[in-house]
Design a protein around this ligand. Sequence first.
Ligand code: T4K
Length: 368
Amino acid sequence: MSDKPIYVTQPFLPPLDDFMPMLRQIWDSKVLTNGGPFHQKLEAALCEHLGVPHISLFTNATIALVTALQALRITGEVITTPYTFVATAHSLVWNGIEPVFADIDPESLNLDPKKIEAAITPKTTAIMPVHCYGRPCDTEAIQRIADTYNLKVIYDAAHAFGVNCHCGSVLNHGDLSVLSFHATKVFNTFEGGAIISPDAKTKKRIDHLKNFGFVDETVVVAPGINGKMSEFNAALGLLQLEHVGEAFAGRGRVDAMYRERLAHVAGIDCVATDPKATSNHSYFPILVRPGFRTSRDGLYAELRAANVYARRYFYPLVSDFPMYRGLPSAAPANLPVARAAADQVLCLPIFPALTESQIDRIVDVIRG
Ligand code: T4K
């Protein structure tokens, strides 16, 4: 096994020399956090870049999800997907809310609106869908349900940076959307996240909540948390934003090469992108179908033996983890589509620096 390891992702980093003057400014000003100049500039730059009205930066997406639920005073039960990263459901539990898992659509792998409606009870107050792998949810159908039953919608948009649908940024749907800027995401600030709000009043409440509830030196209006992004992360974000087009293009190139090379491999389906939306190529999920020469876990092991670290995002289902599996909605019979996807999915390495010869190495293992 002499080939160098290939991980599922590799963070995009701007030239270090370009970051040094920004660090120098932070050192000189001694403003390290609490909404300093880089924080303010990044909020403005992201609103412009993403085409969203208001954004609040956070230390990570998990704290942003927890805060988004607080901001809208969500209680009781929230309908969500089991086919996601654990942080989605954990954010509910941190607010004393019961996650109610509903099944996903087999094509988009996002919450199936028909299953949402069936999961509503008198205790339901909100829906927390995930734009899984950056592919937009059926936002119109979800909004119709929310309007009919008077529910809030908080999108976990951790994967959906820079994705546009028919009407502009996908982040403008629902009541709030939450982004992740973690190292493994298409746009990273090492750690980071954000909440997109539709109006200044909601942004203000969120900004209070992420700063312990402080309005000024002596006034605290809510039991807030510390979710603030530091100046270091914000400065890095500003620099990353200059390169994000290049990073997206690099990912698009990798995506196209995989699709071409895997098109005729029996039993391998590349998860389709939405023709009505742009793609940020944040992940490259394939489904290893029963007709393939080995199981999904067999292929995962073959790739590992070749020093290729593909990942089974999202296996196990969140509803199978010990803290969730006792819930009535976690019953396997309730989630057959999600279960099948979790048993078949494998996310192949995708990042801008992945070379054609590395892609060929990965595809050769898959072809067997
Ligand atoms: N909602 C959804 C739908 C999410 O997917 C996530 C996070 C969240 C909410 C919460 O967002 P944050 O609170 O994190 O902002 C990773 C990430 O840690 C996690 O952010 C992400 N989703 C999840 C899907 O994947 P792991 O445990 O798979 O990461 P790890 O450390 O195994 O990294 C994967 C590979 O990336 C490594 O093998 C090598 C490479 N890598 C990773 C890091 C951290 C690097 O090269 N450098 C690095 O610094 O969870």
